[in-house]
Design a binder for this molecule. Structure first.
Ligand code: EPS
Length: 394
């Protein structure tokens, strides 16, 4: 079965839909589990008023029966509570109050950094709302729902995914060594999902200061997957390489401008002897500077990615722009928004990591039913174990 997922929905439309195909039959699944991830996405200090309106929860539309997947497409719907206030503006019918020349809440002063300008020109729209409604990070609700299902699948194979904020508004956190396990209960306990209490205080102070001046802040999140088997992904073709697929998935998160695996850019500054992870008896590694992939395949070490998010482009003290209606200089439109969404981006990055890893796992082990996937997985692990040199620690 081909693995694929897609989302539909506008930020202030009726709701968001996620469709996920290729998950084997027999995976135990509950709405509670998916909703717990949606709740995590809504959190974080620096979020705006919208998160007070919403209470994101899925309704199953298909693919699950009596608490187990059927192997058919899994469709999930999340209603937008805020839609109630936008019904006329977002109505699909041409004669609705928000339609035609009477359109309300039009956006003609594109925000630098948002999809407003390029989208309006490309799609030939006079009202940038036709672009921003879909470009909004609200779409990530549906990604997180699909990612939550993938997390449940991965857990069946001993894989656990977590994240924490390592930088926000220029404040760099000291990362505890070792990172706490499990990771998410520790990071979720912090208002900014940061494991360094001193840095957390400073991050919160900077968010307050940015809010006071109508500004926004970016940051960096570290996302980690533990328990992966060696050999997911492949070296054989460019589009099979797991590192490339991870980078694409993580870069597709709104406002993300950079992705590093392991040492990332730092690896380019060091000598080879200070970069590569020596192989020890039992095929263990002395270090994990690679961040869990070599040659486009998992090494069996923790997968460690760092994801950099730019500050949100809706500024309450707006930047210069041009009014597309008049062609004259103007101040960019100010829509209600967040001061920062870096803590939430970590949850979204976990979902994207889970989607890519679940796809790679199912590519390798196949199976229409979970029992079949598991048999194939265990057979492969036995094969790898048999290759571990005799007498070595495993
Ligand atoms: C978001 C919902 C949005 C924004 C944010 C993310 O709600 P609203 O536009 O109604 O305030 O809070 O969207 C953006 C940052 C953006 O650039 O569009 C959400 O559910 O995550």
């Amino acid at each position: 079965m081909t693995f694929r997922f897609t989302t539909a929905g506008e930020s202030h439309g009726r709701g968001l839909v996620g469709v996920l195909e290729g998950i084997p039959a027999g995976l135990p699944l509950s709405a509670e589990r998916v909703n717990a991830e949606l709740k995590r996405r809504m959190g974080g200090y620096g979020r705006g008023a919208r998160m007070k309106i919403e209470a994101d929860q899925i309704e199953w539309l298909s693919g699950v029966r009596a608490g187990e997947t059927l192997g058919s497409p899994i469709a999930m719907l999340v209603w937008n509570r805020d839609w109630e206030h936008w019904q006329d503006v977002m109505a699909p019918e041409a004669d609705a109050a928000g339609g035609g020349s009477e359109r309300r809440r039009q956006v003609t002063r594109p925000r630098p950094g948002h999809a407003d300008l390029a989208g309006s020109l490309k799609y030939d729209r006079q009202d940038a709302r036709d672009i921003l409604e879909r470009a909004s990070a609200r779409e990530t609700v549906a990604r997180v729902a699909c990612g939550a299902v993938c997390k449940v699948l991965l857990e069946q194979f001993g894989v656990e995914i977590g994240s924490h904020v390592v930088e926000l508004g220029g404040v760099v956190a000291k990362c505890p060594v070792p990172i706490p396990q499990p990771l998410n209960p520790a990071s979720d306990a912090s208002l900014v999902r940061c494991l360094d209490a001193e840095a957390e205080k400073e991050m919160i102070a900077r968010i307050d200061a940015a809010k006071a001046t109508g500004d926004t802040l970016g940051g960096v999140v570290e996302v980690i997957a533990l328990g992966l088997p060696v050999g997911l992904g492949s070296h054989v073709s460019w589009d099979a390489k797991l590192d490339g697929r991870l980078a694409q998935a993580l870069m597709s998160i709104p406002a993300v401008k950079g992705v590093e695996l392991g040492l990332g850019f730092e690896a380019a500054r060091r000598k080879g002897s200070e970069v590569h992870d020596e192989i020890l008896p039992g095929l263990a590694r002395a270090t994990n500077r690679a961040g869990g992939t070599e040659g486009g395949m998992t090494t069996g070490e923790p997968l460690v990615a760092r994801v950099a998010m730019k500050p949100i482009s809706t500024l309450m003290s707006p930047l210069r722009t041009v009014d597309l209606k008049t062609g004259g200089p103007a101040q960019a439109q100010s829509e209600r928004s967040d001061v920062t969404a870096v803590p939430a981006m970590g949850v979204i990055a976990e979902a994207m990591l889970a989607l890519v890893l679940a796809q790679a796992l199912l590519e390798k082990f196949g199976g229409d039913a979970l029992s079949e996937t598991r048999r194939n997985f265990e057979g492969y692990l036995a094969q790898v174990r048999a290759r571990t040199p005799k007498g070595a620690a495993s």
